[in-house]
Design a protein around this ligand. Structure first.
Ligand code: KG4
Length: 340
């Protein structure tokens, strides 16, 4: 039984995971509404909010505490004042209960989150067949990171592609800000885009060379700024759906182009999609078509496991430290995603 704690940014979350049954309970307290008026996450404010929210969430897990064998906590990457709140709580619980703590890398947990649903459907079948889904190509797209990662049969995670500047979620959020939409703007851009034409405006696709797997989104945001400077406010309002559709298409087009380029070079047994931007229905559809044309199963994290959550921390702690070696999931020898 694993009790997991997540506090890397602006969500305080706790989860209780039982390997034979899946995630038994998950609680999350989001600070998004508080940070919205500042246009982004304020680290000091976020850490103070974790300080009050985490003990309240723990109060709700009082009955499960006696069954806990291990405490899992996000050790990074993330905002240091926020991470330290979760780690302090984990240490306090460990001191009180005598149970061990395992530190979990937040990005590795995002990769594993694509498997949570499959495990929940049938934990026994998952144990027997997970190795058939490896090597796995994970696309992790969040507000802070954009990565293509290889999860190999020996449990190692290797970064194949990463952004050289902004993350895809950041591109959505910064674009939304330029358009006068509230933070975080990804979901709103998607909403407007649903009524727009994706080819109305031309936005650049950075790093168009298919042999170059790096992502880059900062030029796209600048292109949007230049486009808006040429338009009157009323014009922007009228064209908002078309601008959003074209801007979204440029972000998603780049994500898909890199995934397809990687699939041409390396062999995989499955594809995964996770992180906050994985909520985007258009991205889900495009990746589904890509997986189908490559005849690969696609695992997409459930919406509740796309953004920051403790369920993925518990699941990753189990997947990386507890699966028996015959399942080919030993603790990763090659820790290519690391943090202090
Ligand atoms: O995983 P997450 O919580 O980010 C980090 O903690 O790093 O995801 C948040 C990001 C934000 O940038 C948000 O705008 C984006 O995910 N996002 C979306 C959608 N829903 C959330 N982006 C595009 N379309 C969406 N539907």
């Amino acid at each position: 039984m694993i009790l997991a704690i997540e506090s890397s940014c602006d969500e305080s979350a706790l989860a209780f995971f039982e390997p034979k049954a899946g995630l038994r309970r998950e609680l999350i307290s989001s600070q998004a509404a508080t940070h919205e008026r500042f246009g982004g996450v304020v680290p000091d404010l976020a850490s103070r909010m974790h300080l009050s929210a985490l003990p309240l969430l723990l109060e709700d897990f009082r009955d499960e505490l006696a069954q806990v064998n291990q405490i899992a906590v996000t050790r990074g990457p993330g905002l240091l004042p926020c991470l330290s709140m979760g780690i302090s709580l984990a240490r306090a619980i460990a001191l009180a209960t005598g149970k061990p703590i395992v530190g979990v890398n937040h990005l590795r947990a995002h990769v594993h989150s694509a498997f949570i649903e499959l495990h929940a459907q049938d934990p026994h079948h998952f144990l027997a067949h997970r190795k058939n889904l490896l090597p796995h190509l994970g696309l992790v797209v969040s507000g802070g990171n954009t990565l293509c990662v290889k999860l190999d049969k020996d449990g190692s995670l290797t970064v194949l592609a990463r952004t050289v500047d902004d993350a895809a979620g950041e591109a959505f959020d910064k674009g939304a800000k330029l358009l006068g939409l509230p933070y975080p703007g990804g979901a709103l851009i998607e909403k407007y885009a649903q009524n727009g034409q994706a080819h109305s405006f031309h936005f650049p696709r950075a790093v168009p060379d298919h042999t170059d797997w790096r992502f880059s989104f900062s030029g796209l945001k600048t292109a949007l700024r230049y486009q808006l400077e040429k338009m009157a406010d009323t014009e922007v309002q009228q064209a908002l759906p078309d601008i959003c559709a074209s801007y979204q298409e440029a972000i998603l087009g780049q994500l898909l182009a890199k995934v397809e380029a990687i699939l041409k070079v390396e062999k995989f047994a499955s594809i995964g999609l996770s992180g906050g931007v994985a909520n985007n229905l258009s991205l889900r559809q495009k990746l589904k078509e890509c997986a189908q044309s490559n005849r690969l199963p696609l695992l997409i994290a459930k919406p509740q496991h796309c953004g920051d959550n403790a369920g993925m921390i518990a699941f990753a702690a189990w997947a990386e430290h507890h699966l028996p070696p015959q399942q080919n999931i030993t603790p990763a020898p090659q820790l290519t995603i690391d943090c202090p």
